[in-house]
Design a protein around this ligand. Structure first.
Ligand code: S3P
Length: 176
């Protein structure tokens, strides 16, 4: 796989572990780390939930596209954790592919419900039946995540070390 700038881009549903795993890789394998949500919050000095409630989702999606354009031009040797909805736009998918190897962290719905049941930071999951919301968003997104990715990495039951080794091909790359 061609990954000349050495970046790893992690995509997947909210709660799939992009940020936690991305930080772990950066700490253990001497890489930098960027999270697109943190980047946007830092750039605009506003919380994501305030952007959603004050300006609406579309404005946030525009900010994501700007962010991925800016980051893609400069990053090297970096793990990029990408907000769960960012890969939905076609232009973002192209920009992500140019940024580095795109890895979809595939996590079961049961595991996502377990991890997200007490979350109050994600606007799309508030005031709803969590399981139903995850089901319907997953239905819209699953195929997009898969086609946006260079590699699909099932995460349930795997340690971070096993996940990392799979990405690096040490235990046989699972590229479809
Ligand atoms: C979103 C995912 C969130 C954040 C925002 C919208 C989504 O990021 O960007 O709440 O549409 O899936 P995480 O995937 O890091 O939770």
């Amino acid at each position: 796989m061609n990954n000349k700038n050495g970046n790893i881009v992690l995509i997947g549903f909210m709660g799939c572990g992009k940020t936690t795993f991305g930080k772990w890789i950066s700490e253990h394998y001497n890489m930098d780390f960027v999270d697109t949500d943190e980047y946007i919050e830092g750039k605009y000095k506003r919380l994501i939930r305030d952007i959603f409630s004050e300006d609406g989702e579309e404005t946030f999606r525009d900010m994501e596209t700007e962010a991925v354009k800016e980051l893609g031009e400069t990053l090297e040797n970096t793990v990029v954790s990408v907000g769960g909805g960012l890969p939905l736009r076609k232009i973002n998918q192209e920009l992500l592919k140019k940024t580095g190897i795109v890895v979809y962290l595939e996590t079961s719905k049961e595991e996502l419900v377990r991890r997200l049941k007490n979350d109050d930071t994600r606007p799309l999951l508030q005031g709803c039946d969590l399981q139903e919301r995850i089901d319907s968003l997953m239905k819209q997104r699953e195929d997009i995540y898969k086609s946006a990715a260079d590699m699909i990495l099932p995460t349930d039951g795997l340690s971070f070390e096993e996940m990392y080794r799979t990405i690096m091909g040490i235990e046989g790359i699972t590229i479809f």
